[in-house]
Design a protein around this ligand. Structure first.
Ligand code: FAD
Length: 291
């Protein structure tokens, strides 16, 4: 089922969970347990990331197929332009289509480790908007694109970033999933600017419950999201107690979700990091599941 159809048919916000392909068999086993626990929450779909460097296309496809076979869940495959020519991308898209995947999150990807600037591969694509055009021209996938409530780290301004976001949507993007953020006001400001720019497609905010202080510092420094001073101060007192950090992070994310739902968001995308506990607690507390 296409995500855009799920969004159109919804009477309440839709929920989705993001996973990454594990590197080891143990990691895969543990992810299967996680998905087993999350399945009861009836996510509208799950998404599977695409390895940095584009080297793990097979792993993403295998994981999507396994999730479909074992759990019968709808999926969205992430896809980047990194280290890929247009015909490489075509091969990956053909495989997703043949596996029955209906949704693609079309991304440029980050520059490979060690380089600061993204360079298109020869015969490849420079911007996600070009990937969106390629997909739209050749396939019938529902296409998601990425949005950045605090601006993409390479952009000079949020205005410029939103102009580029519009290129992706005009090229055929059906909906937007955002980068993680910890201040809902950043999301609401972004949403307002997106609408003012004439972009009308649904926007799904991305939420990452904090479960580990060091890890969240690494993530935010890579993706350009900021940690509010209050959160940083609160965490600095408890950062060595894993349980307290997880409890704090889950409660914080729950408050964010409540605030977003009150303002009528179309859905929430959870960055699960292949763990279930925080997401289960949050969705149960939102009374949107009885499992
Ligand atoms: P683009 O939309 O191409 O934008 C990248 C930069 O270029 C921005 O600064 C933009 O303003 C600028 N730009 C865009 N078009 C133009 C133009 N025509 N002219 C000039 N400048 C332009 N990465 C992975 O490797 N694997 C994943 O699975 C993955 N999943 C993600 C999921 C979500 C929800 C999000 C938000 C990000 C994800 N990423 C993933 C990270 C993503 O690949 C990076 O943020 C990457 O740096 C940008 O990708 P993009 O698709 O937003 O690129």
């Amino acid at each position: 089922m296409k995500v855009i159809k799920l969004l159109e048919d919804r009477s309440t916000p839709i929920f989705s969970f993001e996973f990454f392909p594990p590197k080891t068999d143990e990691g895969l086993e543990s992810l299967m347990e996680t998905i087993g626990q999350l399945k009861g929450l009836e996510p509208s779909y799950v998404s599977v990331t695409y390895g940095a460097g584009g080297s793990n296309a097979g792993k993403s496809l295998d994981l999507i197929s396994t999730i479909k076979e074992r759990f019968g869940l709808e999926s969205m495959a992430h896809l980047t332009c990194v280290n890929s020519r247009a015909d490489d991308i075509t091969k990956v898209l053909d495989a997703y289509r043949d596996a029955g995947v209906a949704n693609i999150l079309a991304l440029r990807g980050d520059p490979p480790a060690g380089s600061r600037e993204f360079k298109a591969s020869e015969g490849g694509y420079r911007h996600a908007s070009e990937l969106v055009s390629h997909i739209k021209k050749n396939y019938d996938f529902c296409i998601g694109v990425a949005g950045y409530p605090e601006g993409h780290p390479e952009s000079k301004s949020i205005d410029e970033d939103i102009r580029n976001l519009k290129l992706k949507v005009d090229a055929g993007g059906d909906f937007i999933v955002t980068q993680l953020f910890f201040n809902n006001d950043d999301f609401f400001r972004f949403e307002e600017m997106v609408r003012q720019a004439g972009i009308e497609v649904p926007i799904i905010p991305g939420i990452m419950p904090i479960t580990n202080f060091g890890q969240i510092e690494r993530f935010t420094s890579m993706c350009g999201a900021s940690i509010p001073d209050t959160v940083r101060n609160d965490l600095s007192d408890i950062k060595d107690d894993a349980d307290e950090v997880a409890e704090y992070g889950t409660e914080y994310a729950l408050r964010q979700c409540k605030g977003l739902i009150e303002r009528g968001v179309a859905g929430i995308h959870f960055y699960t990091l292949n763990k279930s506990m925080a997401t289960v607690t949050i969705l149960k507390a939102l009374h949107l599941s009885d499992s």
